[in-house]
Ligand binder design. Structure first.
Ligand code: UT7
Length: 321
């Protein structure tokens, strides 16, 4: 018995901000952003749009693309580090809005690895028999915790949501998944203000993401290489056996470096950075949905998903669609 992704949906806000527009806000250039990151534009939520608003649209799209009745959903897990409010969690807000049945609904706070963590947990619920139909979402409004005067970060981060429906299946689905974290790196990428140790004080304007990008870059490449190699080894596979590699969309140079070390041709790597930017927990389901929708990925393909984010947190999911 496996758990299998039976459908995927996603949502990007309509408000698209190009690199040229950012040239008017901070001292940057389209050329720098393209060559150093691979990003060309990004979607930014409207002021009134919260993370759950994006998540609901992505979840609804995934439900509509599946053959399930929404009443079947018996588990909701959302990866996000930009929840609407401290409580209720985004999963509960989705449940209420889409009029889903009473069931466990919670969010997972693992930054860019939120979706992979959520998928890993949902897989275990399905394999244990506790869930027969899970809704797994990655959703963020990173624009809310981005300092739009800081060129080191504002050119990178973006908003969006992606969702997947998981069901038990006798056909191969999720083959392997591993998640992990190392808190000793927490000072390289963090938000200083929040709800408990340092409550948000709008006057201090200090509740934005802080990142030592260069140092994050180096650890990301090493860690992503080692977990991908570990995942392949543990499953007696090589990169030749993978049809599609979907890494977290943070920087094209990180993706290229990891692909090279894995001997994975870039033709097999899904890259959506140009139009999505770094959407944290939403990045992998957004990329997966795009590649399914444009016909690159189809049923039966073997896919390696991989995330890396603040914490640091990381994870992989190896699956057959
Ligand atoms: O998703 C979670 C994980 N996050 C990541 O994986 C992000 C990892 N890090 C990165 O993607 C890259 O480190 C960045 C894109 C953030 C930065 O690229 P970099 O090649 O590491 O640049 P850098 O920080 O070493 O800066 C190089 C230069 C500096 O100028 P000087 O000191 O050489 O004169 C920066 O001030 O580029 C400058 N710079 C910019 N210039 C124009 C930094 N940001 C910008 C900018 N526009 N937006």
């Amino acid at each position: 018995m496996y758990s299998r992704i039976i459908s995927v949906g996603s949502y990007q806000p309509d408000n698209i901000v190009t690199n040229e527009e950012l040239e008017h806000k901070v001292n940057t250039s389209d050329e720098w952003i393209r060559t150093r990151t691979g990003i060309e534009s990004r979607a930014i939520a409207e002021p009134g749009q919260a993370t759950s608003d994006l998540a609901i649209l992505a979840a609804d799209a995934a439900i509509k693309k599946s053959d399930i009745n929404k009443d079947e959903i018996d588990l909701i897990i959302v990866g996000t580090c930009t929840p609407d409010v401290a409580t209720p969690n985004v999963g509960v807000i989705i449940q209420e809005s889409l009029e889903l049945n009473s069931c466990p609904a919670f969010s997972v706070e693992a930054a860019c690895s939120g979706f992979i963590y959520a998928l890993n947990i949902a897989n275990k619920f399905i394999l244990s028999g506790e869930s027969k139909c899970a809704l797994v979402v990655g959703a963020e409004t990173l624009s809310r915790i981005t300092d739009w005067n800081d060129r080191n970060t504002c050119v990178l981060f973006a908003d969006g949501a992606g969702a997947a429906i998981l069901k038990p299946s006798e056909d191969t689905g999720i083959i392997y998944s591993e998640i992990s974290a190392d808190g000793t790196y927490s000072d390289l990428l963090y938000v200083p203000y929040g709800t408990s140790r340092k409550p948000i004080n709008e006057k201090e304007n200090d509740y934005f993401l802080q990142m030592k990008g260069n140092e994050v870059f180096k650890v990301a490449v090493k860690k992503l290489e080692s977990i991908a190699i570990n995942t392949l080894k543990k499953n007696n596979l090589t990169s030749d056996d993978i049809d599609w590699f979907i890494p977290h969309q943070a920087n094209i140079r990180i993706i290229q470096a990891v692909a090279k070390r894995l001997d994975m041709p870039m033709e097999k790597v899904i890259v959506t950075l140009a139009e999505h930017g770094n959407t944290s927990a939403a990045s992998i389901p957004l990329a997966l949905d795009k590649a399914i929708t444009d016909g690159r990925i189809s049923k039966g393909d073997r896919i390696l998903l991989q995330s890396f984010g603040a914490g640091f947190t990381w994870g992989t999911v190896l699956l057959t669609l």
